[in-house]
Every structure is written in structure tokens, then in C-alpha cells.
Ligand binder design. Sequence first.
Ligand SMILES: Nc1ncnc2c1ncn2[C@@H]1O[C@H](COP(=O)(O)OP(=O)(O)OP(=O)(O)O)[C@@H](O)[C@H]1O
Ligand SMILES: [Mg+2]
Length: 262
Amino acid sequence: MTTDQARGPEIRVQGVRKSFGELQVLRGVDFDVAAGSIFALLGSNGAGKTTLVKILSTLLKADEGTATVHGFDVAATPGDVRESISLTGQFAAVDEVLTGRENLVLVARLRHMKDPGAVADELLARFSLTEAGGRRAGTYSGGMRRRLDISMSLIGDPPIIFLDEPTTGLDPQARVEVWETVKKLAQGGTTVLLTTQYLDEAEQLADRIAILHEGTIIQNGTLAELKQLLPPAKVEYVEKQPSLEDVFLSLVGATGIEKESR
Ligand SMILES: Nc1ncnc2c1ncn2[C@@H]1O[C@H](COP(=O)(O)OP(=O)(O)OP(=O)(O)O)[C@@H](O)[C@H]1O
Ligand SMILES: [Mg+2]
């Protein structure tokens, strides 16, 4: 790694554009993600979150613009990028017929780990799945399955992890479990880029939040910075701080509603 790579952001996205036929999904997306931070990409259904994650994880090519991940250009050196990342997609990669432990051992073998059994046991312990490890994954709850999915993606200790809607479809308890898992990852130095359409998820987890709307990042900041975009509302002498939801709806709500009624 050059000194420039060591100093730069872990993820840098500049002017990325992507269309599917006539549909312009990404119209010039720019942002940086600092090493060891949690970055949330917030956007409604169809905003282009998965498209962007696919570009950053080399599954899809951008039409224009550049992106570097761990210092590697996604277009020029996709192999190096793939070795630096893991991706947990919107739809779980868990094999339901295998036990939790067998799922982990399988992935550890595929990634040529020296002692797949030990790797599996360490991850089961880390994600509180030791007891469930011998059971078929098909019997797991949504939260357990998602934790297994995330643990599988961590085999080989990638420095960067992409989580595409990590808690969609989970109940509140399971969401909290996944949130704790993600926080621990970042505390351990892993850089996390997650997409979500849940405002409370971004609020809970992210060091920085970027709002993707109509193909561009319309705001990018810390929660405190985003909240400052709206003045606190005064209701009968009780000061009400704006929630991230108020900020989000004020930024995208009006245009969203216009579209609906067109
Ligand atoms: N391969 C494709 N071919 C054509 N259109 C596509 C393709 N992939 C995505 N799209 C369209 O691009 C837009 C953005 O899709 P994308 O999956 O990136 O959105 P998203 O923000 O991840 O949404 P969600 O929150 O529903 O997961 C959508 O309108 C989608 O229909
Ligand atoms: Mg998506």
C-alpha cells in the first residue's frame, strides 16, 4: 500500500452515474467514508442504494465517475477490492439445510482458512450462536439468521463490510441484536457502509448519514449536523428537537408527495 492509500478515506465515491436504459438511477454521487466509521446511506425504495453497493462491491459497473475502496479503484482493480470487502446482501446467503456451524465451516473452506472448525466456533461465540450452532439454520429466527449471515461475511477479517438493509424484515428485538453486532464491528476497526430506509437505524448506528434522493446525495453529515438543518419547534413552551425523520421528510417529503399525485 502506498502512503496515499494509507492516508485517504477507506471509501471514496466521485461523480458516479448509473442508468438502466432510460432510467437514471445515480446522477453523480459523491461521498467519502473514513476508516473505522459507520456510514449510513439512507434512501427510499428504489433510490439506488443497492445499485451503489453493487458498484462499490464490483458486481456492477458505473457508467461514469470513479470509486475507490481500501485505496483500490473498483473498475481498474476489482480483484483487490473484492479481497478487501465483504457484502451481506438484502437477501440472506444462509443455507437453511445446513447447521449454523456447517454454514460457517463451508465458507471458511471456500476462503482457504487454515482451521475452518476453529474459525466457525470463534464466530459462533462472538455472535452468541454457540448453542444454536448445531441446529439447522432453517430453524433460526430472523435475527439469528441475520447474525449468522453477517458472521459468514466476516470470515477472513475484511477491513470493509457492506450491509445492504441489514435489518429489513426483523422484529424490534432482532434489530437491536444486529445493531449491537454492527457497533462491535466498528469498535474493532472495521469500516461499515450500510444502507437503510429506517431513520431510527441510521440515527442509532451511523457516525455519518448521507441521504440519497433522486440520484444524488442531497445531504451528508453527522446526526447533529442534519438536525441543525431544521430549527427546533416550540410547542407551548416545550422545546421539541427535530428528529432525523423530521429532517428527512422536510428534505425529500415534498418532492415525494408531488410525485405521488402526478
Ligand atoms: N438490473 C436492473 N435493470 C433495470 N432496472 C434496475 C436494475 N436494478 C435496479 N433497477 C432499478 O433502479 C432503481 C434503483 O434500484 P435499487 O435496487 O438500487 O434501489 P434501492 O434503493 O436499493 O431500493 P430498496 O430500498 O427497495 O432496496 C429502481 O427503480 C430499480 O427498479
Ligand atoms: Mg435495495
